[in-house]
Design a protein around this ligand. Structure first.
Ligand code: HEM
Length: 423
């Protein structure tokens, strides 16, 4: 494998061509499963972990492989993102009331290690118990049916905005206990947080500061309202649960708010649109689900394996250690490429075929270990209900034309996708 291909993994551009990325990962799994990858433009370089077992082993060892924000957290910034973050941090230092400095200084559970991580995760865990999520199913179905009825009779639509984005954002508003009309704001903030590498979605520094100000004011007002009138929503859990006898610090609360907004909607949206794309490209697999809808819950596993909505998470080594044959130095950064682990030839037969009745190990798309996605079951329920209702109404739904992907090496995100259907 040449340096050019290794370098390509830190370039968001590369990920616009999924086949090319899978080609790089396939070669790395075969020839260099723990591969040093350089970066351009002042980046320090990182280790690419591409095999399933290595990704799992690292994920369950936070004592050695940290997610701590102060060490850089869970993403590898592109050179462009690094410049933008530094700009923002400098702008935030000068600004007094907009909340930018608080937004850039807090930490959420995803960027913490145990034991603090465990304390923060416990605060919202009651919102994700099986009983609570199962009780949401009728509401998810009602919302889903309403969304689908809105596109009925049109013959075609832009699927991401009309369907895939709508259901998760409506459910997020529900979980946070905010008005449905606020979901547009949540959607916009989430896109701004993740779209920094995409020219269509990127906004200027002043605009970002204005959005930060708005988000900050909104989250603080919500905090005050839940302190005064607690409910059983996720915000009330964050605001009214104490840790060591103290409420959560404001900066950490804002950071937790942002995490829930981003994590809870982007990923589910992309698995819905990625799932419809996969079924459209594999009509024989789609037909199996139309003929026997009881296969849908298990098919969701295959869809999420296939799509890998989160491409990787990063860790930082806290001590000198070994992964496979390679010596990892304290301070080295590692990318756990879920997108690669999900196609590991040692774990699945024929991993590059999309097979809705496949048996195999659990995919890595929700991570593993301490940070295993807290919303995994909610995402699966939404996807199941969405496919059940959608295939009932529009069994011939087919993607037509271009699939516009977000420019990112972190999220496998579809921005726009036109579909055609009868019904
Ligand atoms: C298909 C949909 C989803 C995917 C692929 C996904 C993926 C992930 C992954 C890979 C992690 C692990 C991070 C790590 O190891 O560093 C994670 C964590 C997390 N996810 Fe999800 N997620 C999805 C849906 C959701 C939903 C619906 C919610 C909430 C409403 C959510 C909330 C979170 C939170 C709060 C964490 C942090 C957990 C922790 O650090 O302990 N996710 N997610």
């Amino acid at each position: 494998m040449n340096d050019q291909a290794r370098l390509a993994l830190s370039e968001p551009e590369t990920f616009l061509d999924q086949e090319a990325v899978h080609q790089i990962f396939t070669e790395l799994r075969r020839d260099d499963p723990v591969a040093w990858c350089p970066e351009t433009d002042g980046g320090l370089g990182f280790w690419s972990i591409t095999k399933y077992d290595d990704i799992q082993a690292i994920s369950k060892n936070p004592k050695v492989f940290s997610s701590d924000r102060l060490l850089g957290g869970i993403t590898l910034e592109s050179a462009e993102m690094r410049r933008r973050r530094q700009n923002l941090e400098n702008a935030s230092k000068d600004e007094v009331s907009g909340g930018g400095s608080i937004i850039t200084s807090g930490s959420s559970m995803i960027m913490m290690d145990p034991p603090t991580h465990t304390q923060h995760r416990r605060m919202v865990a009651p919102g994700f118990t099986p009983g609570r999520l199962n009780a949401l199913i009728p509401e998810i179905r009602t919302r889903c049916v309403e969304i689908l009825e809105n596109i009925a009779g049109r013959g075609e639509c832009e699927f991401v905005s009309a369907v895939a984005a709508e259901l998760p954002i409506q459910m997020l508003a529900e979980l946070l206990g905010v008005e449905q009309e606020d979901r547009k704001k949540l959607f916009e903030w989430s896109n701004i947080m993740i779209g920094g590498d995409d020219p269509d979605m990127r906004i200027g520094r002043d605009e970002v500061m204005a959005v930060f100000g708005e988000l900050f004011q909104y989250s603080v007002a919500l905090r005050t309202s839940r302190q005064e009138n607690p409910g059983d929503d996720l915000i009330s859990m964050l605001v009214n649960t104490e840790m060591n006898g103290e409420p959560m610090e404001l900066a950490d609360y804002v950071s937790a708010f942002i995490l829930l907004v981003v994590a809870g909607n982007e990923t589910t949206r992309n698995s819905i649109s990625g799932g419809i794309l996969a079924l459209s490209q594999h009509p024989e697999e789609r037909q199996k689900l139309i003929d026997d809808p009881s296969l849908i819950p298990d098919a969701i596993d295959e869809i999420i394996r296939w799509v890998a909505p989160v491409v990787y998470m990063r860790r930082t080594a806290l001590e000198d250690t070994k992964v496979g044959e390679k010596i990892i130095k304290k301070g080295d950064r590692l990318a756990l490429w879920y997108m690669s682990g999900n196609r590991d030839e040692d774990k699945w037969d024929d991993p590059f075929s999309f097979n809705v009745t496949r048996n195999g190990p659990r995919h890595l798309s929700f991570g593993y270990g301490q940070h295993l996605c807290i919303g995994w079951r909610l995402a699966e329920i939404q996807l199941t209900v969405c496919l059940e209702e959608l295939l009932k109404r529009f069994p011939d739904i087919t993607v037509t034309g271009e699939v516009a992907r977000m420019r990112s090496n972190f999220l496998n995100s579809i921005k726009r996708m036109q579909v055609r259907y009868s019904g």
